[in-house]
Design a binder for this molecule. Structure first.
Ligand SMILES: Nc1ncnc2c1ncn2[C@@H]1O[C@H](COP(=O)(O)OP(=O)(O)OP(=O)(O)O)[C@@H](O)[C@H]1O
Length: 615
């Protein structure tokens, strides 16, 4: 119930929905009741039970109106009697049929209007949930995504949202609409024969109990189906992302086997769930027919037994049975909805579980704004671990304003991790990082990240125009500024040659561009942002000489007049750095200028340098 109430929150505000929906539904229900009730006078006209003798000695007028079936019946029969007397039974039949059609038209107009409202609510709910999911994804820290499969999140935001949406809106509409139908129809049934109606009411809990038992059984399987289907999305996502490798390694069969295995699991779970779900329908069907049969027997006895205290006319009894079948529909709808809700709740729990994840990195109060970078970035005895894996062990370093510090060292030593700590992609586990003497945790994340630009080893581009990729995150960027940034990053020329220039849409993750072009766009993006601090994970090693020179030039332009932390893989690029820090196994093993480090004959830097000059 708690889950349900929290999910309902996404459908809010409900104020504008409930009242009009209630009114429209009540009107629709009253008109359909009128529609079905016409059967009784119809039968009575055919059997000759209505004629001029049904006009009482003191005819009823509308002043005598009261909301009871007996008034409506007597008044109606009196009027039909009049028509038969004056114009014959055929005209009365015609009048009756016209009333039936009109009632049906009105019932359907109101029902349609109510449905439109319900659909709008559905659309709104789904949009709200999607937005909340997306907001949550954006708010989470990078570390979260290391442990979570992407497909799982994608699946939650599609399959689970649909299940939740169906269950919430269906429950809201069913639980508003069907009780009204039940009240209206039961009111009619009750005033036609209290005895018979009390009898049916006593039977309802029996079928209700059976149906809710099945609904409970449904819930467990739904959870299995949802989680397997998200695993399928994950595999598909990984397959598309890794298509080159799959093909190059002839691994189609291998990945297909994995997919098939999950798919079979899905099929089995799905079938199990569907079998149970489908059981609900025949179960309630048989229940309904049994109901009617019991009712036929009991009601038939009342019709046949002339001496009964509450005798029933045959036409009334037939009318009663028809109305009663209409009561079964809402009852069935309610029981179906219980099944849908159970499924929705299983999906809803998964969604809420995701929405409850607190980002590990967030602003702490009171906040300081880092408006301008004035002095230095300092690492003081910084330790860091990914879970239990201790990666940094007591790093001390300082980058003065305007200087360039380069990190070099063997792969896996912790260089990228050091870089990730400055924009707080991760938080230190021990020690502190200061900017202008203040712990970076005291600054707002927004202002901290505003003063720095990050160029990563892998150029991350979005499926959008080149213009928007360069001006990423900025509203109303001017064409001149974007072009200027592209020129500095040596990207202007190739952009101009692309089919639509700056408006060319690059494929997903920039697949339509070469590696060097992608990197120059990433650099242009950093130039455009124009941050005082630059964090650069160099990736020139993957490029050919021509392209590398263009990228290297771009980087040199980018670093001009900035404070930079550069992770260098090609040592030739950082020889002019103010300080070179050699990182190995999570610690600083050497530091100094290029010339100073080259003096240590058996130093790590010298060895790395020698290795690279051989290759
Ligand atoms: N997201 C992560 N989750 C867990 N462990 C990680 C994660 N990223 C890196 N590591 C581990 O942390 C250690 C340091 O990695 P890091 O990427 O900082 O090294 P690096 O010096 O930048 O290496 P390279 O030069 O190859 O890029 C490695 O042992 C790596 O396995």
């Amino acid at each position: 119930m708690k889950t349900y109430l929290r999910l309902i929150d996404f459908a809010k505000p409900l104020g504008g929905f409930i009242a009009p929906y209630l009114i429209l539904t009540t009107l629709a229900s009253i008109f359909s009741l009128a529609n079905f009730a016409m059967l009784m006078p119809l039968l009575d006209i055919l059997f000759g039970n209505i004629d001029s003798s049904t006009i009482p000695a003191h005819p009823l007028t509308l002043d005598d109106f009261e909301l009871s079936t007996s008034f409506i019946k007597n008044y109606g029969y009196q009027e039909f009697g009049r028509i038969i007397e004056q114009q014959g039974p055929l005209t009365a039949l015609l009048a009756l049929c016209s009333i039936t059609i009109s009632a049906s038209i009105f019932a359907n107009i109101f029902r349609y209007m109510a449905r439109r409202m319900a659909e709008r609510l559905k659309g709104k709910t789904i949009a709200n949930i999607r937005q909340a999911m997306y907001d949550k994804v954006l708010s989470l820290d990078i570390g979260f995504f290391n442990n979570q499969r992407r497909g799982d999140i994608v699946s939650r935001s599609t399959n689970d949202i649909f299940a939740v949406e169906a269950s919430i809106t269906q429950s809201l509409t069913t639980f508003v609409r069907e009780p009204i139908n039940l009240i209206v129809f039961f009111w009619a049934l009750f005033s036609m024969s209290p005895q018979l109606t009390l009898f049916t009411l006593a039977l309802i809990p029996v079928s209700g109990g059976g149906i809710s038992f099945i609904a409970k059984k449904l819930k467990k399987h739904s959870k299995d189906v949802q989680s397997i289907s998200s695993s399928l999305v994950s595999i598909l996502d990984e397959t598309i992302g890794g298509m080159r490798v799959i093909k190059a390694f002839n691994a189609e069969g291998f990945v297909n086997g994995k997919y098939q295995e999950e798919n079979d699991k899905y099929m089995n779970s799905f079938t199990k769930e569907a079998n149970r779900r489908e059981l609900a329908s025949p179960f309630s069907e048989v229940m309904g027919v049994t109901f009617v049969a019991v009712l036929l027997y009991y009601g038939g006895k009342l019709v046949l037994d002339e001496s009964s205290s509450a005798p029933l006319e045959a036409s009334q009894f037939i009318g009663y049975i028809v109305l009663f079948t209409q009561v079964l529909n809402p009852a069935k709808a309610i029981s179906n909805t219980i099944g849908v809700i159970q499924r929705g709740l299983a999906a809803g729990e998964r969604l809420l579980e995701f929405m409850e994840v607190e980002p590990a990195i967030k602003d702490s109060e009171p906040l300081k704004e880092l408006t301008e970078f004035k002095g230095s970035i300092e690492f003081k005895n910084v330790h860091f671990a990914y879970g239990d894996n201790k990666v940094l062990k007591g790093i001390n370093l300082s980058i003065e304003k305007g200087k360039t510090v380069a990190l070099v060292g063997p792969s896996g030593g912790g260089k990228s991790t050091i870089a990730d700590l400055i924009p707080r992609f991760y938080d230190v586990t021990e020690g502190e990082i200061l900017i202008d003497g203040v712990n970076i945790k005291e600054y707002s994340l927004d202002s901290l990240r505003r003063v720095m630009g990050v160029v990563t080893q892998e150029s991350i581009l979005f499926h959008d125009s080149i213009f928007n990729n360069i001006a990423f995150g900025a509203n109303n960027a001017s064409k001149d500024n974007v072009m200027q940034a592209a020129k500095i990053a040596n990207a202007h020329e190739f952009i101009e040659k692309s089919e639509d220039g700056y408006n060319t849409v690059i494929g997903e993750r920039g697949t339509k561009l070469s590696g060097g072009q992608r990197q120059r766009l990433s650099i242009a993006r950093a130039v455009f942002k124009n941050p005082p601090i630059l964090i650069l994970d160099e990736a020139t090693s993957a490029l050919d000489t021509e392209s590398e020179k263009l990228v290297q030039d771009a980087i040199t332009h980018l670093m001009k007049n900035r404070t930079s932390l550069v992770i260098a893989h090609r040592l030739s690029t950082i020889q002019d750095a103010d300080e070179i820090i050699v990182i190995k196994d999570g610690g600083v093993v050497e530091r100094g200028t290029h010339n100073a480090l080259m003096q240590h004959d058996d130093g790590v830097y010298k060895k790395l340098q020698d290795l690279q000059s051989i290759s």
